[in-house]
Ligand binder design. Structure first.
Ligand code: S3P
Length: 436
């Protein structure tokens, strides 16, 4: 248990760890590639180590050279049969089957920890079966998952839920399928896979992709064709916006704070929280500096601000999905009633994030109610503090720490899970609250 005491102002600057979502994709696409790929700034955390282990067991070579990871690919059709332990990594669990499914004659199993065993995989099994793969899962919908590779054919797939993981899975399978494979998403989801596949030489066509951070976007159709080889060459991973978000929100709610977060990924399909913060009246400045490696990155400055409540609409949910627990916290400090709707997907994350956020914030004095697809928060101007149960979920543990700094009495929270995405979180947060 760690206690986070009420804090004085946060100040100073830091760079968050490399992006988790992009790191998973970098390892997978490098493994699918020809020859060697150098990945600059691969995230060193439990989730992304599981992906390195997975590609190793499929036959890829992985060497750490200073800050970079050198990955020797096995090619699109060269994965060795293996039993894969995805640990807690949902992105690995959902994306990897897409690549494996197209390799005729191969057979793989994917399993993971207790939380992963509760996460649905029928959402990837179904489209892969429609493409011709042989996929089995426990009780028809849960891991372990067995993937039997086959000769696939392209499909036009309409995502029943706006999920970047499922979109990515179908697109990866599409690279090995005959003809064209398309995915139509009901709202814009993160597009890291598309950007990375294009950079590796695949033909990826996106139609109707509108990516505004304020509202998310309407339906988009993304299509790929049979691809002979991928050559990623070199990749550079920006800082993780989802990790940076904890510091940005802490600075917004702790009086007199001002922090500068550098080298952060600013992909418009990820930064929906910025639009939400703007609407709530937060003083946020964003400076885009480069689009190195196909992903925009830059600096975000956040200052303590007086907040007003907002309504988060269903179409902006996918571009802020992992930051919605923080929106609930912002709502506790805002004037009025903050609502999030259309976010039933939160129930299928590392924990049921509607239940765990509501339970966690109530335990520290928050006035928050769960709805079927989100939550309703009454702003009370602050939180008392107490003990917050992170339910084994990394984002809930970090939320608890931020609550502690902004609370009147401090918060006790088990920080064990934070290592899944941000092992240096406590040290980074402490550096912003140091008083020398
Ligand atoms: C991710 C997509 C999102 C997100 C998850 C990472 C990804 O999940 O919540 O943390 O890397 O593609 P869904 O695709 O299930 O919405």
């Amino acid at each position: 248990m760690t206690r986070f005491a009420p804090s004085g102002p946060l100040s100073g600057a830091l760079s968050p760890p490399p992006d988790k979502s992009i790191s998973h994709r970098a390892a997978l696409i490098a493994a699918m590639g020809e020859g060697e790929t150098e990945v600059d700034g691969y995230l060193d955390a439990a989730d992304t180590r599981a992906t390195l282990e997975a590609i190793r067991s499929l036959g890829a070579g992985v060497t750490e050279v200073g800050e970079a990871m050198r990955i020797q690919g096995v090619g699109l059709r060269g994965a060795a049969p293996a039993e894969i332990d995805v640990a807690n990594a949902g992105t690995l669990l959902r994306m990897l089957p897409g690549w494996l499914a197209g390799q005729g004659g191969g057979s793989w199993t994917l399993d993971g920890d207790e939380s992963i065993r509760r996460r649905p995989v029928d959402r990837v099994a179904e489209p892969l079966r429609r493409m011709g793969a042989d996929v089995e899962c426990r009780e028809g919908r849960l891991p372990p998952l067995r993937v039997g590779g086959a000769d696939l054919h392209g499909i036009d797939y309409r995502l029943p839920v706006a999920s970047a993981q499922v979109k990515s899975c179908v697109l990866l399978a599409g690279l090995l399928a005959e003809g064209e494979t398309s995915v139509t998403e009901p709202a814009t989801t993160r597009d890291h896979t598309e950007r990375m596949l294009r950079a590796a030489g695949a033909e990826v066509e996106s139609v109707g992709l509108r990516t505004t951070p304020i509202t998310g976007g309407p339906a988009s159709r993304i299509a790929v064709r049979t691809t002979e080889r991928l050559r990623p060459g070199r990749m550079r991973i920006p800082g993780d916006f989802s990790s940076a978000a904890f510091h940005l929100v802490a600075a917004t709610i702790v009086p007199r704070s001002a922090v500068r977060i550098e080298g952060v990924g600013l992909n418009p399909t990820r930064v929906g929280l910025l639009g939400i913060l703007n609407r709530m009246g937060a003083a946020i400045e964003v400076e885009e500096e480069s689009t190195d490696g196909g992903e925009p990155r830059g600096t975000i400055v956040a200052r303590h601000s007086k907040l007003t409540a907002t309504r988060v609409h269903p179409e902006e949910v996918p571009v802020a999905i992992d930051e919605l627990p923080l929106v609930a916290l912002l709502g506790c400090f805002a004037d009025g009633t903050t609502t999030v709707s259309g976010a039933e997907e939160l129930r299928h994350k590392e924990s049921d994030r509607i239940a765990s956020v509501v339970h966690g914030l109530r335990a520290v004095g928050g006035e928050i109610e769960a709805t079927e697809d989100g939550f309703v928060v009454e702003g009370t101007g602050g939180l008392r503090g107490g003990a917050l149960d992170p339910c084994g979920d990394h984002r809930l543990a970090m939320l608890g720490a931020v609550v502690g700094l902004a609370s009147r009495e401090g918060v006790e929270v088990d920080m064990g899970a934070a290592a899944v995405s941000y092992p240096g979180f406590e040290a980074d947060l402490a550096s912003l609250t140091a008083t020398d």
